[in-house]
Ligand binder design. Structure first.
Ligand code: DCT
Ligand code: MG
Length: 395
């Protein structure tokens, strides 16, 4: 954890921090970039954001504010705080004075007020208010269930329900198949997925897929591809080089829950302009049964001895996305995230390049052609952007 020192100006602070870190390979000292706030792009796809966040006390508060606006379906204010959080995650130093954010993009008045208060008081009264707000607390609980989004939460809240206990006790509610699975495996699913669990699941998925499609490419995407140590799920992209085939990819028995979404992709269709659109790939939102060695062995042996059933597995959320080979690079870019990085890529493509990007393709509106890409590097090149590595996309 970085300690907030006495106020120094941003540029000097950056240079001081640089000395603590090993210099980038092959970079002569003169090339170490000095930090110039006004040169920071408003688009996160033009910034390199690693998991090394010097401003977590600010970004945590922003994310609480953003989530509350999301629950209120106020997209504009929600995005305002998400963009600000993303800018501060990119900063190579901790903000300690208002001067530090001078010239930075996405620092509107609402955002500045929160920053100012955190600098002065150490915490944000607004974020604290949100955390203790009854509606926020209920929505937070409701949306923590797999299959429950803002719309369902809204409905339950309007019915007077406030806690998950009350939801479970309400016999009149009709839960979807997804929500039933969400409640059944609730404890496992709210506990985070570790890197070790992701690796274990990765082996299972790869083995299973390769039994049906020996040439298939299986790639872990999402947060784990960006270098995160934990996640709420594990995202996989599956593609099969060569001619298209409709194969049964899923091995029953291991799957506790599986919601297959058939591909809705229409060949002639242009990429969607909606910045937050879902894609049309065949996908499966699944819950996988991961057998695990017991951590607590003595109680396990004891239970065995007395023939008491022990749960030797954990339910884990897995997203499997199946893509045609030609669209693999676009799907990989989209599914690697972060969400904010993806939003800004699409916004940049649209506003700065007159191109439409989604998880399937890139369309040049002026030339009226689709731009083919076999790798993520080619997509960045089509957009005229410097390549950003997956672990630098934690915007
Ligand atoms: N994504 C997408 N289209 C969707 C859903 C997600 O392009 N319909 C992208 C955005 C981020 C990425 O896929 C992975 O999504 P999440 O699993 O929600 O995010 P994450 O970064 O992996 O976060 P976590 O670590 O919590 O799983
Ligand atoms: Mg994920």
């Amino acid at each position: 954890c970085m300690e907030a020192g006495r106020p120094v100006d941003s540029e000097l602070k950056y240079r001081l921090m640089e000395q603590d870190q090993s210099p980038p390979l092959n970079a002569p000292e003169s090339e170490v970039p000095s930090f110039i706030a006004s040169k920071v792009s408003q688009y996160s796809c033009q910034r390199k954001t690693t998991l090394n966040n010097y401003n977590q006390k600010f970004t945590d508060a922003f994310e609480i504010m953003a989530e509350n606006y999301e629950f209120k379906e106020n997209e504009i204010f929600c995005l305002e705080f998400l963009r600000a959080a993303s800018v501060l995650k990119f900063l190579p130093f901790p903000v300690t004075t208002m001067k530090d954010i001078q010239g930075l993009p996405c620092m509107g008045d609402r955002v500045r007020d929160v920053i100012e208060e955190i600098i002065e008081e150490g915490e944000s009264s607004r974020a604290k208010e949100v955390l203790s707000d009854e509606r926020y607390q209920s929505f937070k609980q409701f949306t923590s269930v797999f299959g429950v989004g803002v719309k369902t939460s809204e409905k339950w809240y309007r019915m007077g329900l406030r806690t998950l206990e009350e939801v479970k006790a309400d016999r009149t509610l009709k839960l979807s198949k997804m929500q039933k699975a969400g409640f059944l495996y609730y404890e496992d699913l709210v506990s985070c997925v570790s890197k070790a669990e992701a690796d274990a699941v990765s082996l299972i998925v790869k083995n299973t897929v390769c039994r049906f499609l020996p040439d298939a490419l299986v790639t872990i995407t999402g947060g784990f591809r960006r270098g995160k140590e934990i996640g709420h799920d594990i995202d996989f992209l599956i593609t099969n080089p060569g001619p298209r085939e409709d194969d049964e990819l899923l091995h029953k028995g291991l799957l506790l829950y599986c919601d297959m979404i058939e591909s809705t992709f229409v060949k002639e269709q242009l990429p969607s302009r909606k910045v937050d659109a879902m894609d049309n790939f065949q996908k499966c939102f699944a819950i996988l049964k991961l057998y695990q060695p017991r951590v607590d062995n003595s109680s396990y042996n004891m239970s065995k001895k007395f023939h008491i059933e022990v749960k030797d597995w954990k339910a884990i959320r897995v997203d499997l996305v199946i893509t045609p080979f030609e669209q693999y690079a676009y799907a990989l870019l989209g599914w690697t995230g972060s969400r904010q990085f993806g939003r800004d890529l699409r916004r940049f493509a649209n506003h700065e390049r007159k191109m439409i990007l989604d998880n399937h393709a890139l369309y040049d509106r002026r030339k009226r052609i689709f731009l083919k890409a076999g790798s993520e590097e080619e997509i960045f090149a089509h957009l005229g952007l410097d390549y950003v590595e997956p672990w630098e996309r934690n915007a």
